[in-house]
Write a protein that binds this ligand. Structure first.
Ligand code: TYD
Length: 155
């Protein structure tokens, strides 16, 4: 991957301009209640796409890596529903590490951004909302081909 530039997010909202390649930390509504907190997300309102798919990653063994690819068209919103993990986003020139550790904010990742998810805590649950149905043809799984496509402005 390209040069590393870390952004620690923690519980603090980060200025979206600090995230590369159009990625954004988005803080969601949080309805605090003595019975327990409630957060929610509406596609096209809190996140900049209509939600066409949801999938989740769980029972992750220690040290495992997920992702390791980009998409031609798919936009995603990644939430740590439980536990924590790091999302490494890479635009082919630089990369940043965003730690997600609360369920009331998430990371928006547009198309043509390489991402890897790592450093999962035990019992973490990752919820990913997507703008399109699953399609293997939409994946870019070759990093050098991704970098070349980015440099040439291809999608
Ligand atoms: P992949 O996207 O490579 O996983 P990661 O979360 O590590 O990026 O998907 C792993 C496998 O699951 C692959 O065979 C494709 C399949 N899959 C689906 O069938 N539907 C889906 O919505 C997703 C995300 C994956």
């Amino acid at each position: 991957m390209a040069a590393d530039k870390a952004v620690m997010v923690g519980t603090t909202r980060v200025d979206p301009s600090e995230i590369i390649a159009g990625c954004q930390i988005i803080t969601l509504p949080k309805i605090a209640d003595i019975r327990g907190n409630l957060s929610y997300v509406e596609g096209g309102r809190h996140i900049p796409f209509v939600i066409r798919r949801a999938y989740w990653i769980y029972d992750v063994p220690g040290g495992a890596l997920r992702g390791g690819h980009a998409y031609h068209k798919l936009e995603e919103f990644i939430i740590a529903i439980s536990g924590s993990f790091d999302v490494v986003v890479d635009d082919g020139r630089e990369r940043q590490v965003v730690q997600l550790n609360r369920s009331y904010f998430g990371l928006y990742v547009p198309a043509m951004v390489w991402r890897q998810i790592e450093n999962f805590s035990s019992n973490s649950v990752t919820l990913i909302l997507g703008s399109l149905p699953y399609s293997e043809e939409d994946y870019l799984r070759d990093y050098q081909a991704f970098v070349l496509a980015r440099h040439e402005g291809r999608k």
